[in-house]
Design a binder for this molecule. Structure first.
Ligand code: FAD
Length: 415
C-alpha cells in the first residue's frame, strides 16, 4: 500500500490542501446567514443554488461525517419522472430536465446515462395504473408509453417472460429513465458552492438546535456554537432526530434499505428493469456490474447492516427475471437509512420553527430530486420563506389537511 494512502487513511483531517476543487474552510465562524445541516447531495445542492443564483455565500454546510457519505453514496442512482400524481410528475420532470444539463452546468462529468426504464406489469390492475401514469407523464412533458410483450422482448431479450409464474403482460416504458454517478453529483455541487465562498465543514455534527421565541437562532455542534439567520435540515435518514432537537415531530418512520452488486460481466442489459410484484429492480452499470435493489426492510430501525434474508429474497426474484445471473458472484451488499412518509412523497418547505426549513422524507427516492430540491429550497431561503409553487404540495402540514400526495404505487421497488 502506498505510504500516502496509509497516511490519508489514518488522518483525522481530510487532505483539502491537495485538492484544489474543494477549498479547505479555515475556522468555523461564530455566525452565518445560512446553516445547512447535512453535506449529502441535497445539502450541497441547496448551497450551490444559493451561491450561484442568489449571491448568498455566507453559508456553512455542517456535515457530521464526510461529503456525500450518507445515502448519496449508497443509492442505486435511478433517475426517472414516471410517477403517479400530477404534483409528483411535475416535480420530478423538472429534476430530470436539470439532471440532463448538470454536466454542462458544472463543467464536470456526472456520467449521466439515459437508457430508459422498463417497469413490468404482471396483472390487469398494474396495466390500468400504467395507463394512468402514461397520460399524467405526457401531460407534464415526461416520456412514457405502455408497451406489449413483443416490444419488451426486443428491448430486453434476456428477460424471462414468466418469472415466478407471474407472466409479464405489458410494460411501462419510460424513455427518460437514467442513472448518474452519485458521488460526482455531490462533488460537482460541493465544488461549485465552495468555489463561490460557501464553507463545507466535515466532521462537524449538529447536536442541538437553538430556538428562541419560536425562531431558530443557531446550532450547537461538536466544534462549538454557531449562530444563524436561517437553518435548513437535509439529513435524509435522520430527519425526525433533527426535528426533535428543534422541538417538533415529523410524520416519518425510518427503515433500512439494502442494495447489492455482482462482479462485472459483458454488457447484456441496457434499460433499468423493475417489477413491483417481484419487489425487485435490476440494472447494469457502465463497468458491467449488475445492481439489485428492492423494498425496505420490514421494520423501522437505525442500523445499516446487511441481512441474509434480504439477500436471499432479492436474489431469488432477480434470478427469476434473469436466470443466468445465478452463475455470477455477489461482490457487495450495503444499506442506508431511509425516512418514509405515509404517502411516499417528500416533505419540503416550512417547519413549525420560524426560519428553520425542511428538506426531508426522501425515503427510497431522493437522489433523483437532488437538483430540483436544491434549487427550490434555495429560492425558499432567498425569498425569506415564500414557498415555490412546485414544492407547495409537499408541505408537512398536508398530513393535517388530508391532502397527501400518494405515490406509493409508483415508488415500490423502482425508487
Ligand atoms: P444524505 O446523502 O444521506 O446526506 C445527509 C447527510 O446528513 C449525511 O451525510 C449525514 O452524515 C448528515 N447528517 C445527519 N445527521 C447530522 C447531524 N446531526 N449533523 C450534521 N450532519 C448530519 N433515490 C433515488 O432517487 N434513486 C435510487 O435509485 C435510490 N436508491 C437507493 C438505494 C439505497 C440502498 C438507499 C439507501 C437509498 C436510495 N435512494 C434512491 C434514496 C437516496 O439515496 C436519498 O433519498 C438521497 O441520497 C438523499 O440525499 P440527502 O443529501 O438528503 O441525504
Amino acid at each position: 500500500m502506498p505510504f500516502s494512502l496509509l497516511k490519508y487513511g489514518l488522518n483525522k483531517d481530510y487532505p483539502f490542501e491537495n485538492n484544489a476543487d474543494l477549498p479547505k474552510p479555515t475556522v468555523l465562524k461564530d455566525s452565518y446567514d445560512v446553516v445547512i445541516i447535512g453535506g449529502g447531495g441535497h445539502g450541497v445542492s441547496i448551497a450551490y443554488y444559493l451561491a450561484k443564483y442568489h449571491g448568498i455565500t455566507n453559508v456553512a454546510i455542517l456535515e457530521k461525517n464526510y461529503l456525500g457519505g450518507g445515502n448519496t453514496a449508497r443509492n442505486t442512482a435511478v433517475i426517472r419522472s414516471n410517477y403517479l400524481t400530477s404534483e409528483g410528475v411535475k416535480f420530478y420532470t423538472e429534476s430530470v430536465k436539470m439532471f440532463k444539463e448538470l454536466s454542462n452546468e458544472f463543467d464536470f462529468n456526472i456520467m449521466y446515462s439515459q437508457r430508459g426504464q422498463l417497469t413490468l406489469a404482471h396483472t390487469d390492475a398494474a396495466i390500468r395504473s400504467f395507463r394512468q401514469r402514461v397520460e399524467i407523464n405526457k401531460h407534464f412533458g415526461g416520456r412514457s408509453e405502455l408497451i406489449d410483450t413483443q416490444q419488451i422482448k426486443e428491448l430486453v431479450p434476456t428477460l424471462n417472460m414468466n418469472p415466478a409464474h407471474l407472466p409479464v403482460l405489458a410494460g411501462l416504458w419510460h424513455m427518460d429513465g437514467a442513472t448518474a454517478r452519485h458521488d460526482a453529483v455531490a462533488w460537482g455541487y460541493a465544488k461549485g458552492a465552495t468555489q463561490r465562498g460557501v464553507e463545507l465543514h466535515q466532521l462537524t455534527e449538529v447536536e442541538e438546535i437553538i430556538v428562541k421565541d419560536g425562531a431558530v437562532t443557531g446550532v450547537k455542534t461538536n466544534r462549538g456554537t454557531v449562530n444563524c439567520g436561517v437553518a435548513v435540515q437535509a439529513v435524509a435518514g435522520h430527519s425526525s432526530l433533527l426535528a426533535a432537537k428543534a422541538g417538533f415531530r415529523m410524520p416519518i418512520l425510518s427503515y433500512p434499505l439494502q442494495a447489492m452488486v455482482t462482479q462485472p460481466v459483458k454488457p447484456f442489459l441496457d434499460p433499468l428493469v423493475s417489477s413491483s410484484a417481484l419487489h425487485c429492480y435490476v440494472q447494469q452499470t457502465g463497468r458491467g456490474e449488475v445492481v439489485f435493489g428492492g423494498g425496505s426492510d420490514p421494520y423501522p430501525l437505525y442500523n445499516t447492516r446487511s441481512t441474509l434474508e434480504m439477500k436471499e429474497s432479492l436474489l431469488a426474484h432477480a434470478i427469476e427475471m434473469f436466470p443466468f445471473l445465478a452463475d455470477l458472484r455477489l461482490m457487495r451488499q450495503w444499506a442506508g437509512i431511509t425516512d418514509m412518509t405515509a404517502d411516499y412523497s417528500p416533505i419540503m418547505g416550512l417547519s413549525p420553527v420560524k426560519n428553520y426549513y425542511l428538506d426531508a422524507g426522501w425515503g427510497t427516492w431522493g437522489f433523483k430530486a437532488t437538483p430540483i430540491c436544491g434549487k427550490t429550497i434555495a429560492e425558499l431561503i432567498a425569498s425569506g420563506g415564500k414557498v415555490p409553487d412546485i414544492i407547495a404540495p409537499f408541505a408537512m402540514d398536508r398530513f393535517d389537511r388530508f391532502t397527501q400526495v400518494n405515490e406509493m404505487g409508483a415508488t415500490a421497488a423502482s425508487h
